[in-house]
Design a binder for this molecule. Structure first.
Ligand code: 5GP
Length: 164
């Protein structure tokens, strides 16, 4: 089997705490955290607590359909955050991984015209990412198993609930 980078729930706790430390030590105090659903929600929640930021927003972007299976372009799904909520704010974009970087670029570009400042924090960044994030916990070129998506859903598309 090909090699994977494995992030456990426990290691995620350490990673998000260390990422928050790096951001705080850098002197960046965001007004709000903008998460990219769904993986970025975990990162944004953890960073929100660690950085004492209560203002969290969500952006829904669809790009990946499977391991290294992507659509041609990432697409924003509704509801898109109201730009009025972002205007003149210092925004921290939070996501699980910058792989090609296309998802982060889309969200960053969406912010750039409206916000005072935008920076990005990710748990992992891959070497070929077109976006270089300000805050990265680890670099890897492997496929990453995240604790929130490593197991299949407990429901099947048919609606049948699987055994635990
Ligand atoms: P990008 O737009 O940077 O290519 O990919 C961003 C999104 O694709 C991530 O937020 C994540 O949902 C998914 N993705 C990219 N690489 C990986 C990976 O190595 N493992 C997992 N589990 N998801 C990934």
């Amino acid at each position: 089997a090909e090699e994977r980078e494995e992030l456990s729930w426990e290691l995620f706790g350490t990673a998000s705490r260390e990422l928050a430390h790096t951001i705080a030590e850098d002197g960046f105090a965001p007004d709000l955290v903008l998460s990219i659903a769904r993986g970025g929600l975990f990162v944004a929640g953890a960073l929100g607590y660690a950085l004492d930021v209560k203002n969290l927003h969500v952006m829904n972007v669809e790009f990946y359909t499977g391991v290294d299976q992507r659509l041609d372009l990432p697409v924003m799904l509704p509801p898109v955050p109201n730009v009025v909520d972002l205007t003149s704010k210092k925004v921290l974009i939070a996501d699980d991984v910058a792989d090609t970087g296309a998802t982060l670029k889309l969200v960053r570009d969406f912010c750039l015209d409206h916000v005072a400042e935008v920076r990005s924090a990710v748990v992992y960044e891959k070497p070929h990412s077109t976006v270089k994030c300000e805050y990265v916990w680890r670099h890897t070129d492997k496929w990453i198993n995240f604790p929130w998506s490593v197991l299949p859903p407990v429901v099947q598309r048919s609606g049948q609930v699987l055994d635990a």
